[in-house]
Structures are given as structure tokens and as C-alpha cells.
Design a binder for this molecule. Structure first.
Ligand SMILES: C=C(O[C@@H]1C=C(C(=O)O)C=C[C@H]1O)C(=O)O
Ligand SMILES: [Mg+2]
Length: 463
């Protein structure tokens, strides 16, 4: 550690202890400093033993990575006004925090990272016992790698009886551990896997197409579960390393809570806000990648002109454009989708750009957008009601917003798909697809099989 930073940190701790004593209450101190380069996955691995769990985020552009260890503060919420609850809790924390952050880079300082359940009205099963309906975490330590520069934020909750010297000693020890070089443990190996009720799921797709043909709904997204057994307790850090290496154009995320870890590599941005500039993504319509370049181009061109996939995609474009237009100006949406290539598959993609009106926050937009017709359907209420009533899967945090926001109104949330819930020596993988009136159950089933591939391959399930 550079000595000046330690001296400044010591002064900041003194200031926080004084503030805690004068207000007779705990005080959050957030201290950000530049640090020498360190691999964020190593930082994540070093944080294994920290109380409260770890977080990880790598944006699709590869320009921002966040790794967090421990938990300084937890914000939880539930029910239909959960986003508003989160907003007011976050505002109060930031107003009262002592923030030492001369850097003011997006993703530095006191950031809150976390996720939400897909449907707060659906009964929860034991599968998601370690995850509340909604949770945002301020990590005790956050490594931010932004445009190649490294910053460490220490978030400390100081109490009136704390001694500054004790706090500084603990900080120095924990920071040294986190920033030390390390060798990643071995990744998991899948010893067996089993699909959950595949035939019943195909029958449900057929039922959904019948419901759509009867009128009232245009699209219903249906998801299913694949369970895998590992040969041993799974280490998360090597899985994140493999995802970061193999899944380009995707957001890599992990949220450890209790004994479990929800992680994934999702191509689907929900919303990014930086300096009031808003970027959202319409991603729906899927095809595999070709083995040869010629075959890949043929499949891609076929996807671009396929009636069923174009209708699936257009429902998403219309909804997001309408939702963004209600709170933004200068809304720009291309007339036609383009191909969005991933390692194992390709999607139809339409970006939505806008400028946020004053008074709106990123959680306002998350609330407006979730669930988009890419994960719920259209109309939203009717399609989510069908999913709630008929889908056997407990989606938990799958298919819902996951991401971060900082103290300067910057932030980014993605839709948590291509994901898995890791529970010691076993895991549940999730994949879904948009069902429209022309959907064929077998084809949708095959589409979900392709969507399991990215996460299954890094869990040691297949090459
Ligand atoms: C629901 C998922 O993917 C969504 C559905 C898609 C489709 O049906 O074409 C494509 C991308 C996603 O918006 C998933 O991967 O689980
Ligand atoms: Mg589809």
C-alpha cells in the first residue's frame, strides 16, 4: 500500500469514529484509492473467507470489472414496490455516508451490487432458500478495473465504541490479503446431469401456443431447469475465469449469498446509465452458430428474415421503446435488428439509446423495463400470470435484473440469463425461450438446449 493512502485512510477512519460518536449511531465510510494492477478473479478468489460473500461483474464491452469481498451494508426489499424501497434505502445510505473518492470513476466508491427475483408474487421453493426477493450489497472491499486502471474501495461501518487503531490494523491485514497474488483452485467437473420434466415443458409450450392463438397474449417466455451433480464442491473463481475467457459480448456476474452462488454470462443488457445517457438492449430471436463461416452466414441471414423470430424480437423493441420514451428524450432505435454473435449462438439485436429526463434514476428504469417481453412476454401482466400459474420452475433470480449502481447515478443492470445457481456439489442451470403462435415445441426445446451450453461448458459439463 502506498503510505500516503494509509495516512489518509487513518484520518478518514478518525473522522468516521468522531461522526459515529457525535450522532450516537454507526457511520459508513467509503474510501477509494488507486492500487497496483491485480487480476479481479484473483481478488475474488482471495475473498473466499470474508463474511457476507463475494460479488463479481464484468461488462460486455470488457471496459469495467468489479470484484467484491465481504458485506458492509445490505439493502433488501420485497413486494411490488421493491424498487422504490431500494431507491429510498440507497438514497439515505449515500446521503449519510462519508465518501472519500477523488477518483469519481463509474463503479468506484460506495456501489450497491445485486439482483431481484423474476416474480415477487410467485411462491418461493427451497431451491432459492439462500436468496431474498431483492438484495443490493455494498461490499466491504471492492476492486474496480475501469478502462485499465485499478481502484480499491474500502467500505467500513464504524461504531461509536470502535478504536481507530484497531480498524486500521484490520483494514491493512485484509487489504494485503485481497491484493496478494494467488493461484486459482481447480474448476468443477460434472459427474451427472438431468433435465427437469422435459416432456412436460414441451407440453407447456404447446399449451402456451394454444393460449396465444385464442387471443389475449402475443408472446409468453417459458423457462426450464437442468440439474448437474459435481464430483466435488464447486469452486466459483475458476468458473468466472472460464466465463470471462470464453463468453465475449456478455456480462459476467456472480452473487454469493449464504452457501450458494448465482452466476452467469448474459448477453442481455437491461439498462446502462452514465452521465444521463441511457442504453438499453432488445435481444430476442435465436439461432445456433455455424461450423463453417459460410454456414454461419447462412444461418445468420436466415435468422434475420425468419418471420417467427422477427415477431418475437419486434415485441421486445416496441415495449422497450415505449417504456424508454416515457422517461427520456432523444430516443434512437434502428429500424432493423442486426445479428449479435456469441460463442455458441446468435441473436437478433436492436440497441435503444436515449437521454434520461431529470428526476429519474436507474432503479426507476429497471422497474419500468422488468420484465421485458424477452423474459416475460406480451402483454406483460397476462404473460407473467401464465408463467406464474403454469411454469413449474422456481425462477428465483433467473431472468431478472442483476447489476450495480453508484453514488453518482451511474449504473448498469443486465438480465440474469445463461445462468446457474451453484449449491456446493450440485447446481441448477436455467434456460428459456420466447413462445409465439408459430412456435414449435421441439424447436423451442432445442433452442433452450443451446442456451445451456455456455454455462454447462464452464462447469465441466461438455467441451
Ligand atoms: C430466456 C432466455 O433468452 C431470451 C430469449 C430469447 C429467444 O427466445 O430468442 C433470446 C434471448 C433472450 O432474450 C434464456 O437464455 O434463458
Ligand atoms: Mg427464441
Amino acid at each position: 500500500m502506498i503510505q500516503t493512502e494509509l495516512k489518509e485512510l487513518g484520518l478518514a477512519v478518525e473522522e468516521a469514529v468522531t461522526a459515529a460518536r457525535s450522532k450516537q449511531d454507526s457511520q459508513l465510510l467509503s474510501f477509494t484509492e488507486p492500487v497496483p494492477a491485480i487480476d479481479p478473479i484473483s481478488f475474488f478468489a482471495n475473498g473466499f473467507s470474508f463474511d457476507g460473500g463475494r460479488i463479481f461483474w464484468g461488462n460486455a464491452a470488457g471496459s469495467l470489472m468489479l470484484a467484491g469481498a465481504g458485506e458492509a451494508c445490505a439493502l433488501t426489499a420485497s413486494g411490488n414496490n421493491r424498487f422504490e424501497q431500494m431507491e429510498s434505502k440507497w438514497k439515505k445510505i449515500i446521503q449519510e455516508a462519508i465518501i472519500h473518492n477523488p477518483q469519481r470513476k463509474p463503479g468506484t466508491g460506495p456501489i450497491a451490487f445485486g439482483g431481484f427475483s423474476f416474480d415477487p408474487a410467485k411462491p418461493v421453493t427451497s431451491l432459492w432458500k439462500s436468496f431474498p426477493d431483492s438484495k443490493l450489497r455494498i461490499p466491504a472491499y471492492l476492486l474496480t478495473v475501469v478502462n485499465g486502471k485499478h481502484y480499491l474501495t474500502s467500505n467500513i461501518v464504524v461504531n461509536q465504541d470502535d478504536r481507530s487503531a484497531d480498524i486500521e490494523q484490520r483494514l491493512e491485514k485484509e487489504r494485503r490479503l485481497l491484493l496478494s497474488a494467488t493461484t486459482l483452485p481447480d474448476g468443477p467437473f460434472v459427474s451427472s446431469k438431468s433435465e427437469v420434466e422435459p416432456l412436460a415443458w414441451k407440453q407447456l409450450v404447446r399449451q402456451a401456443t394454444e393460449t396465444i392463438k385464442q387471443g389475449g397474449t402475443e408472446k409468453i417466455v417459458l423457462a426450464r431447469e437442468l440439474r448437474v451433480q459435481f464430483s466435488d464442491k464447486a469452486n466459483v473463481a475458476p468458473v468466472l475465469n472460464a466465463l470471462t475467457d470464453s463468453q465475449t459480448n456478455s456480462y459476467i456476474f456472480a452473487f454469493e449469498n449464504g452457501d450458494d452462488c448465482f452466476l452467469g454470462a448474459t448477453p442481455e443488457r437491461l439498462v446502462k446509465i452514465e452521465d444521463k445517457k441511457l442504453l438499453s438492449t432488445c435481444l430476442a430471436g435465436t439461432a445456433p452458430r455455424g461450423i463453417t463461416e459460410a454456414e454461419d452466414n447462412r444461418i445468420g441471414q436466415q435468422l434475420l428474415t425468419d418471420k417467427k423470430n422477427r415477431s418475437e424480437h419486434q415485441f421486445v423493441v416496441e415495449m422497450i421503446k415505449k417504456a424508454v420514451s416515457a422517461c427520456c428524450e432523444q430516443v434512437r432505435v434502428p429500424d432493423e435488428p442486426v445479428l449479435y454473435p456469441l460463442k455458441n449462438l446468435q441473436h437478433l439485436y436492436t440497441p435503444v439509446e436515449a437521454v434520461l429526463h431529470d428526476g429519474y434514476t436507474i432503479l426507476d428504469i429497471v422497474k419500468q423495463l422488468h420484465p421485458t417481453p424477452a423474459l416475460g412476454g406480451l402483454p406483460s401482466e397476462e404473460s407473467v400470470a401464465f408463467i406464474r400459474e403454469h411454469e413449474h420452475l422456481d425462477r428465483g433470480w433467473y431472468g431478472a435484473p442483476i447489476g450495480w449502481l453508484d453514488a453518482f447515478q451511474n449504473g448498469e443492470f443486465a438480465v440474469a440469463i445463461r445462468s446457474a445457481l451453484i449449491q456446493g456439489d450440485h447446481a441448477s442451470l436455467f434456460a428459456g425461450c420466447g413462445v409465439v403462435k408459430d412456435s414449435n415445441p421441439e424447436e423451442e426445446y432445442q433452442e433452450t438446449n443451446i442456451k445451456f451450453t455456455p454455462i454447462l461448458s464452464v462447469l465441466g459439463g461438455q467441451s
